[in-house]
Design a protein around this ligand. Structure first.
Ligand code: COI
Length: 358
């Protein structure tokens, strides 16, 4: 791609937009991921090294149709957020954890590792430049979306030699506007042992779309994924990790290799434990869930993820069973969401060092 840019005080070249597109946007009413901030960070890998990154106006990428990512799916992404603190400073939430996961995804897809400084310093500079795009609305944030894909112009099936990293951002509110209704998916699977379920490979999401569309056609928001081998164990919900509260104890499926190691999942486990809630990372079968609903020991279910934060689940359908969990009983989900939001926005002390001010 190559950058032909003005020199600036930043560690790398920046080409600023002539006029910001930030006018007349109602941050309170933005559909998730539909409006993009002014700039993006770009970096190229070729000849076995990363070239100097640059920041340019957000816009279309020039891509030949032969690039291998479009054919063989050597492509991954990440998602995390920046929030505005009470003192108007801006902080990224756990970017190092997303960076580490990005490189784990890269390794699984035979892509080169990304240097930490390229990723973290580049994104800090990008967010500083577009700081006016960070919403002030409660519960909103600036969603940061790194994408990383193979750019070899070659149809031979092999790990590519050249790659592109692009990071762009968008102001977002909550991903879901209402409590979720989910359908347990027994035919399609999201992941299987030895596969790419623990990564943010773009293809994982492509493979999930038909099941979600079929569920949506029946009035559900998305599906509950079961394990690929026995189709009995609960793994995730739609594009989120999942938690249940049974007998006052929080249960979430363990990171077995088929489940995405969510940064928000990890944060929620930490915060629940600090709230003196027992958290059990263990396998949970769909039949156990049905029994726990019948004997009334199941009190809550919620999904967690960067986009959704903590999303209460009000109904799960499994065959002829409707597991109803009225949203008003979701006390723990609400308490942990509130704690997480308070830390992200600096209203509660960041004792875990999760915030990275930019
Ligand atoms: C996220 O929560 O950041 C995700 O990656 C889910 C997304 C595909 C919207």
């Amino acid at each position: 791609m190559g950058c032909h840019l003005e020199s600036t005080k930043a560690a790398f070249p920046i080409e600023r937009v002539e006029k910001s597109r930030l006018t007349g946007i109602d941050f309170a009413k933005l559909p998730f991921g539909s409006v993009f901030s002014d700039h993006m960070l770009c970096a190229e890998y070729r000849d076995e090294h990363w070239e100097e990154p640059c920041i340019v106006p957000y816009g279309p990428l020039e891509i030949p149709p032969s690039i291998s990512a479009l054919h063989y799916g050597q492509a991954i992404f990440e998602g995390f957020k920046a929030h505005r603190l009470a003192n108007e400073r801006i902080a990224l939430f756990r970017p190092r954890d997303n960076f580490a996961r990005f490189n784990r995804s890269a390794e699984r897809l035979a892509m080169p590792q990304i240097p930490e400084s390229l990723f973290l310093d580049g994104i800090a500079e990008l967010v500083r430049l577009d700081r006016e795009w960070v919403p002030r609305t409660e519960g909103a944030g600036l969603y940061i979306r790194p994408i990383y894909f193979a750019t070899d112009e070659a149809l031979v099936v092999r790990p590519a030699k050249s790659y592109r990293l692009v990071v762009f951002t968008c102001p977002v509110g909550p991903y879901f506007a209402e409590p979720l209704r989910l359908l347990v998916e027994e035919h399609f699977v999201r992941a299987f042992p030895g596969g790419t379920g623990f990564t943010k490979a773009s293809g994982n999401y492509a493979g999930s779309l038909l099941a979600s569309r079929l569920a949506q056609e029946q009035g559900f928001h998305n599906v509950v994924w079961l394990d690929g081998q026995t189709r009995t164990l609960i793994e995730e919900s739609g594009v989120m990790n999942i938690f249940f509260v049974i007998d006052g104890e929080a249960i979430t499926p363990p990171l077995s290799g088929t489940i995405l190691p969510g940064v928000v999942r990890d944060s929620v486990i930490t915060l629940l434990r600090e709230m003196d809630v027992t958290v059990n990372e263990r396998s949970i079968g769909i039949e156990e869930l049905v029994s726990a609903h019948k004997d009334k020991s199941l009190s809550e279910a919620f999904g967690v993820g960067t986009a959704a934060t903590v999303a209460p689940i009000e109904m799960i359908r499994y065959r002829t069973h409707d597991i109803q969990l009225p949203a008003k009983t979701q006390a723990l989900a609400e308490r942990v969401r509130e704690k997480l939001v308070a830390i992200r926005t600096g209203r509660q002390p960041d004792v875990h060092g999760w915030l990275m001010p930019v």
